[in-house]
Ligand binder design. Structure first.
Ligand SMILES: C[S@@+](CC[C@H](N)C(=O)[O-])C[C@H]1O[C@@H](n2cnc3c(N)ncnc32)[C@H](O)[C@@H]1O
Length: 185
């Protein structure tokens, strides 16, 4: 991955270090499996800043889903808890996705519902963000990540990239963290 080029793009909400390591892992993962153009759906895009990274570094096709177009124009606009919204994204992809990145509302019932609805349509990787939040932050992803780590060892391998407090993120007060569930073939 061209790390100089990485620094020219505007960062999504993850810290730079966390995001770069996540992409480096994914680039190697898909390349080693001969997946030249992975299809990635991101559920909750806000300013849609992940898209350029996936396209440039993974050669990916990115489908952004969001219930709001306040900060950017989603490819699929609507409530990610709706099966009709999932179906529109599947239609755009022409089938299941190589990866699903879940990053919309953060309370447990919603987080669990996204996972149950979108997760079965990920062929390889389900990414959860943020999984290492502070106590003040809704704990949905943190709790789901912990539950899956305890209960689903036979179904997934687990990798996570954690924000380092005091690094260059404008959100340095928070522990974000990206968790990757890698489906065991
Ligand atoms: C934390 S932001 C996403 C950040 C983005 N993934 C990034 O890396 O920069 C969360 C987004 O989820 C969207 N969202 C919240 N609830 C949603 C829902 N039920 N369906 C679709 N989008 C939702 C919000 O509108 C917001 O843009």
């Amino acid at each position: 991955m061209d790390l100089k080029s990485f620094d020219t793009l505007a960062m999504p909400v993850q810290s730079r270090e966390e995001w770069r390591l996540t992409l480096e892992f994914l680039e190697g993962y898909f390349r080693n499996r001969g997946i030249e153009h992975p299809v990635i759906v991101e559920v909750g895009i806000q300013s849609n800043l992940q898209k350029a990274f996936y396209e440039r570094f993974l050669g990916a096709r990115h489908i952004g889903v969001d219930c709001s177009d306040k900060y950017s124009k989603p490819d699929v606009m609507g409530d990610a808890l709706s099966p009709a919204v999932l179906q529109r994204a599947l239609d755009m992809a022409g089938g299941d996705f190589d990866m699903v990145f879940l990053d919309a509302a953060q309370h447990y019932p919603e987080v669990k519902a996204y996972f149950d609805l979108w997760g079965p349509h990920a062929r390889h990787v389900i990414a959860l963000h943020p999984i290492y939040t502070t106590e003040a932050h809704p704990d949905g992803m943190r709790r789901l990540w912990r539950e899956l780590n305890e209960a689903s060892m036979g179904e997934y391998r687990f990798a996570s990239f954690r924000h380092v407090v005091g690094s260059d993120s404008p959100c340095f007060r928070y522990q974000f963290g990206t968790g990757l569930l890698i489906k065991i073939a």
